[in-house]
Design a protein around this ligand. Structure first.
Ligand code: NAD
Length: 245
């Protein structure tokens, strides 16, 4: 029976690369996105992929995503909590709405989905991969709610890894530095800086001289969900060209 992966934030950036990687490797894919057109585009010509459209900050929706995966594919092997949102503001200018949106998207949704997926993951001896951030490991300027939510996601990863190691489920967090996705455009707009200039400094600030590609993050996730990584759990893996070294 083919393995099944659930990928949130599947319509763009890292999520889209994850859909390609898992689909190319013969997985059944549930692609979760908010924008119907963009999510359908991400799974175009992938007969083994199904879209679920909606907002994951609501726990009922998260339960429905798990039900869809089981109905369509009969099993769940990997859950990738990839959807995320960033607001580049500090404690002076972060609004209540931005704070709640950050916690709901970056922290509560991974919890709701993980909780709902656990029975199926215990059965398959599967994996949870949380796409956190280097700003879940260290502070970043003007990214208060993002750092708080990603830091929470990192420790949720470790707590869940301990709780479920004996049941054969691995739980890990990937912590990227800058990755070439639409999120960097959003950040540049919020910081009111020129996107092209920001990209030049992002690349030159990296020890390897370039930022990370979405496909490189997807390849790391694929490794973490493979049988040969069964002994890796509760860890955070940076993929940032050495930036946090
Ligand atoms: N791009 C970077 O530099 C970078 C660095 C570190 C971590 N990350 C993390 O990588 C992950 C993927 O981001 P990306 O860079 O591909 O950016 P992106 O903006 O292209 O993707 C984020 C996706 O999450 C989806 N999303 C947001 N809120 C949602 C909600 N409530 N319900 C359903 N979907 C929702 C968006 O629609 C979007 O498709 C995020 O968790 C982000 O924090 C990105």
């Amino acid at each position: 029976m083919k393995k099944c992966v659930i990928i949130t934030g599947a319509s763009s950036g890292i999520g889209k690369a994850l859909v390609n990687t898992y689909s190319d490797n013969n997985y059944n894919v549930i692609a979760v996105g908010r924008d119907e057109k963009r999510t359908q585009l991400a799974i175009e010509n992938k007969p083994n992929a199904k879209a679920w459209i909606g907002d994951i900050t609501n726990s009922k929706n998260c339960n429905d995503i798990i039900k869809l995966a089981l109905k369509e594919f009969g099993r769940i092997d990997t859950l990738i909590n990839n959807a995320g949102i960033i607001y580049r503001y500090n404690a002076n200018n972060t609004t209540d709405e931005q704070w709640h949106d950050s916690i709901a998207t970056n922290l509560s949704a991974p919890f709701y989905l993980s909780r709902a997926a656990l029975p199926a993951l215990i059965k398959s001896k599967g994996s949870i991969i949380n796409v956190a951030s280097d700003w879940g490991l260290m502070g970043g300027k003007d990214a208060l709610a993002y750092c708080a939510s990603k830091g929470g996601l990192v420790l949720m990863t470790k707590a869940m890894a301990l709780d479920h190691a004996g049941q054969g489920v691995t739980v890990n967090a990937i912590c990227p530095g800058d990755v070439d996705t639409p999120m960097l455009k959003t950040e540049a707009a919020q910081r009111q800086v020129d996107y092209d200039q920001a990209m030049i400094s992002n690349n030159s600030d990296s020890p390897t001289g370039r930022i990370t590609l979405p496909s490189e993050v997807a390849a790391l996730a694929f490794y973490l969900s493979s049988d040969i990584a069964a002994q890796i759990t509760g860890t955070t893996i940076s993929i940032d060209g050495g930036n946090t070294a």
